[in-house]
Write a protein that binds this ligand. Structure first.
Ligand code: NAD
Ligand code: DAU
Length: 360
């Protein structure tokens, strides 16, 4: 069996990838994660005794640690999920985004290059470095623009998107300059179990359950292309196995929706699964001050990954959303843990000065 060094595997997408990798025996997993506010050790508690899983707490900016781990575990691939990932936080405090997303990616590339250059034969030929990136690097689309393709020029608009773009450029340079066998994926908005409730879908689910306002930025007409997280994990595995080195692959859900439409669907499901006695959940919808520089629309053209690797999204939005909401309803302990401590301070900082404008 192969060995993957996964970074950021205690976060939302990383934890779903690690669980799937262990369940479907894709590889032995070494999970390197700093355990920032966005992660929770309990997320992968079920893997504690798993023979193919090892957790290491550490920072991708720590070059000596990276070198030691590569020497010790001799992975066949590195999958870099580790990042600061929330756009609103990058607007309020970009520093950590530059540190982890750019400097951390650089250190990981440096350690990988030193390791890969010493490998021989088949082990060297089959090694892969996979950078898990985002569609936000392409900027914002108008309603009539064609969807992002792999050759759409980079035009990041938030400090988060700029930091991811910086890392992607470094990955590209390490392939072209040193021949490091890299792969880059640019994915649209994920949703599913284990997402930290600062992002739209889990925030709205939990606020609605607690009868709190559902804060929609601006006019609610911004569009995102939603992909169920397990579909993303399958795509990443296909790219690792069969992607052409040096290439980038866009990954999306073929599922463009306005934020208002998404929140209304959450409310409808909750009206059925967890009805309130006196009101419908959609009555909690509140329009608040917009996010600065808020990208209007993202859309992904999946044709390259579909044509070359045969991947396409399987989960419908209706079934994926139902699974997601059920997961949050069934994991109240996890929710309580992630909402303790610094979470409350973040909610106050981000939403405290966004005066509500209209209640629907
Ligand atoms: P997340 O914030 O849920 O998880 C990030 C994880 O990285 C956390 O476990 C955190 O502890 C860890 N981490 C942060 N800094 C670290 C460091 N310096 N060293 C080691 N670990 C560190 O993020 P996510 O939503 O799971 O996103 C994972 C990756 O996928 C990110 O690179 C993100 O840019 C990308 N991505 C996310 C989405 C999405 O919709 N969530 C879409 C496309 C791409
Ligand atoms: O497109 C991929 C990106 O998707 C990833 O790279 C990022 O890591 C991930 O966070 C996500 O970025 P977004 O900014 O699109 O996701 P977020 O969940 O923060 O917001 C989704 C949309 O919902 C966006 O238009 C802003 C809006 N929104 C968000 C929050 C948190 C609201 O209207 N209200 C809110 O309270």
């Amino acid at each position: 069996m192969q060995t993957f060094l996964v970074t950021g595997g205690m976060g939302f997408i990383g934890s779903n990838f690690v669980l799937k990798a262990c369940k479907e025996q894709w590889a032995s997993i070494i999970n390197l994660d700093k355990l920032t506010y966005a992660s929770n050790y309990q997320t992968l508690a079920e893997l504690e005794q798993h023979p193919d899983y090892t957790f290491v707490r550490g920072d991708i900016c720590d070059l000596e640690l990276l070198k030691d781990l590569l020497e010790q575990y001799k992975p066949d691939a590195i999958v870099n999920f580790a990042a600061e990932s929330h756009v609103d936080r990058s607007i309020l405090n970009p520093h950590a985004f530059i540190e982890t997303n750019i400097l951390g990616a650089f250190r990981l590339l440096e350690a990988s290059r030193a390791y890969w250059e010493k490998l021989l034969g088949q082990k060297r030929d089959s090694f892969r470095f996979l950078q898990v990136s985002t569609d936000e690097v392409y900027g914002s689309l108008s309603p009539t623009d064609p969807a992002f393709r792999e050759n759409t020029p980079y035009a990041p608009n938030s400090p988060y998107a700029a930091s991811k773009a910086g890392a992607d450029h470094l990955v590209r340079a390490y392939y072209h300059t040193y021949g490091l066998p890299t792969l880059t994926t640019n994915c649209s908005n994920n949703y599913g179990p284990r997402q930290f409730p600062e992002k739209l879908i889990p925030l709205m689910i939990l606020n609605a359950l607690n009868s709190k306002p559902l804060p929609i930025y601006g006019d609610g007409q911004n569009i995102r292309d939603w992909l169920y997280v397990e579909d993303h994990c399958d795509a990443l595995y296909q790219v690792l196995q069969h992607g052409r080195i040096g290439e980038t692959y866009n990954i999306g859900g073929n599922n463009e929706q306005t934020n208002l439409a998404v929140v209304n669907q959450i409310c409808t499901v909750l009206d059925q699964l967890a009805p309130k006695a006196n009101f419908q959940h959609a009555e909690l919808i509140t329009f608040v001050k917009d996010r600065p520089g808020h990208d209007r629309r993202y859309a992904i053209d999946n044709s390259k990954i579909q044509r070359e690797l045969g991947w396409e999204p399987k989960e419908s939005f209706a079934s994926g959303l139902l699974k997601t909401i059920q997961w949050y309803l069934n994991h109240t302990d996890w929710v309580e843990q992630v909402q303790s401590g610094a979470y409350q301070a973040w909610i106050e900082q981000n939403y405290g000065d966004r005066n509500s404008s209209t209640a629907v």
